[in-house]
Structure formats: C-alpha cells, structure tokens
Write a new protein. Structure first.
Length: 299
C-alpha cells in the first residue's frame, strides 16, 4: 500500500515566495511623480525612477522577511499566513534574518547612490515599517495610518529620487487614496478572519463593520474630491490639455467606485491581487492612465 504525499517546496522557491514579488506592484508609485510632472521621457529621470523602484523592492522584501520571522507564532495560527514559507518551516528563521540584512544594505546604499534625499526617504520608510512591525500594527487607527504612510513614502520617493518638487495636490490625493485602500484591507481581513480576528490581529478587535464603513466613506470621498480639484487646477495651469485633465475624472471615479464595490463584497484583504485580477478596475485604470498621460504631455 502506497501513500501519496505532496512534495515539499524547495528552499529557493520558499525564498522567492517570501520576497513577495507580487507586492512589488505597490512600488510603481515611484513613477507617479515623474509621470505627473511630464518628465518620464527624460533618460536621467527614467533611470533614477527605475533605480528607486529597485531600492523600494529590496527594502520592502527585507521588511517582509523580518516581519514574517518576528510574527512566526501568530502566522501559524492564521488560516492563510500559516502557509508562508517561514511559518511553514520551509525557510529557516536565521536565513530570513540574513537575507533581510543583505537586502537592507542593497536598498540603503543604492538609494544614497541615486540621490541623498532619496536615501533619507528610504530610511524613513524602513523606520516606519520597523515601528509598524514592533508596535504600530497593534494600535488601532495608527496601524491604518502607518500602512498608508508607506504608500505615500513610495510616491515621495519617486520625487526625491528624480529631484522633482512634490505637488500639494499629488500628496493629498495619494494620502487619501492610500488610507482608502488600507481601510478596505482591514475590512477584508476582519471579514476573512471572522471570530478569530481579535486573536490573530488584536487591532482588528477595535474595528466594527460600521466604523470601517465610515472610514471607507470618508477616505473614498476625500480621494474623489481632491482628485477633481487637482484635475481642474491642472486644467487651469495647462495650455492644451485642459479638457483631458477634466475628462480623466470619469475613469478615475469609476475605478474608485468599482473598488468600493469590491470592498463591500469582502475582497479587500489583498489589494494587490484585487487590483490585478479585476477586469473592470484594470480597464478603468488603463483608460485613466492614457487620458492623464495625454493631458500631461500635451500641455
């Protein structure tokens, strides 16, 4: 009598999974500032932005390794996270720490080679993620703000890496959008974990569905309103692309409303997978990006 057993995943495969390359999609925010400024066709700007993307990928993967190593026991009680390579025993904890240190060295040294201000941005991002892993993720409200701040720092990193000034509207829209996405993530996690939410992630115990709905309404409205104001302000400043700036509001609003609908269905626990898997979101995003790019480079 034979017993079929699933083959144990390889160490290399486990390391790749721990680096979470799917999560690197968040780092495309570094391209937002140069694209919004109409300078993404400049060779030096492109190279600096690409370098910034690589540094953020290395920094983010390092924090994932550290966070998973530190959260070993709680992850093993999580219905999904228990399958992560460190929690499953595929990647040794000691090796995870070594890899994290190597990636941190690459991220920090590379950032300062690109531009000093960008180096300080990476340091701020690493300080924030460290505080989140040790403390902030256990604090209601602060955990949402901390994760959202990580998105904002990515966008700021694109500006500091390329030497561009940071637009007030750019900063405000990015902040509201990040807060909306992270609130949806917490709502999705709470729905996914059910009664075990408070045990696995104590901060979730403080969030009632009503309160999370309130936050989603506030942040989604803030994102839409501030983007509309930014679009009209950009139209007034432009010479040729004013109508396109205003027209970009339509697909942007559709994307926000579609995302809100998906959150209502409890699908926001993994926003990176949600964004990449929903056809309506992808189409609306592509249309918005096309119209906005034409507006920027036509003005």
């Amino acid at each position: 009598m034979t017993t079929d057993t699933a083959p144990r995943p390889s160490l290399l495969g486990g390391i790749v999974r721990e680096l979470r390359p799917k999560q690197w999609i968040k780092n495309v925010l570094v391209f937002a500032a140069p694209v919004a400024a109409g300078l993404f066709d400049n060779r030096d700007t492109d190279l600096h932005a690409l370098g910034a993307f690589g540094c953020f990928c290395a920094a983010a993967s390092a924090t994932y390794l550290l966070n998973d190593a530190m959260d070993l026991e709680s992850d093993r009680r999580h219905p999904v996270k228990k399958n992560r390579p460190i929690a499953a025993g595929i990647v040794p904890v000691g090796l995870a720490y070594v890899l994290a240190i190597v990636l941190l060295a690459i991220a920090i040294s590379g950032a300062f080679l690109i531009r000093r201000d960008f180096g300080f941005t990476i340091l701020a991002y690493l300080a924030l993620t460290t505080m989140y892993s040790l403390w902030l993720k256990h604090m209601p409200i602060l955990d949402i703000v901390a994760v959202a701040a990580g998105f904002v720092l990515r966008a700021i990193g694109g500006a500091t890496a390329t030497g561009l000034p940071i637009s007030e509207w750019f900063f405000i829209v990015t902040s509201f959008g990040a807060l909306f996405m992270v609130t949806g993530k917490r709502a999705g996690e709470r729905a996914e974990l059910g009664e075990d939410a408070a045990i696995i992630r104590p901060a979730l115990a403080a969030y009632t569905p009503q309160y999370l709905n309130y936050l989603k309404a506030v942040f989604s409205a803030g994102t839409l309103i501030t983007y509309c104001l930014w679009a009209f302000a950009s139209a007034q400043e432009s010479t040729n692309g004013s109508v396109l700036f205003q027209l970009s509001i339509v697909p942007f609003a559709i994307a926000i409303l579609r995302y809100a609908l998906l959150l209502e269905q409890g699908k926001g626990a993994e926003p990176e997978n949600l964004v990449l898997s929903d056809r309506t979101l992808l189409i609306a995003g592509a249309i918005w990006a096309t119209i906005y790019a034409c507006a920027v480079y036509a003005s």
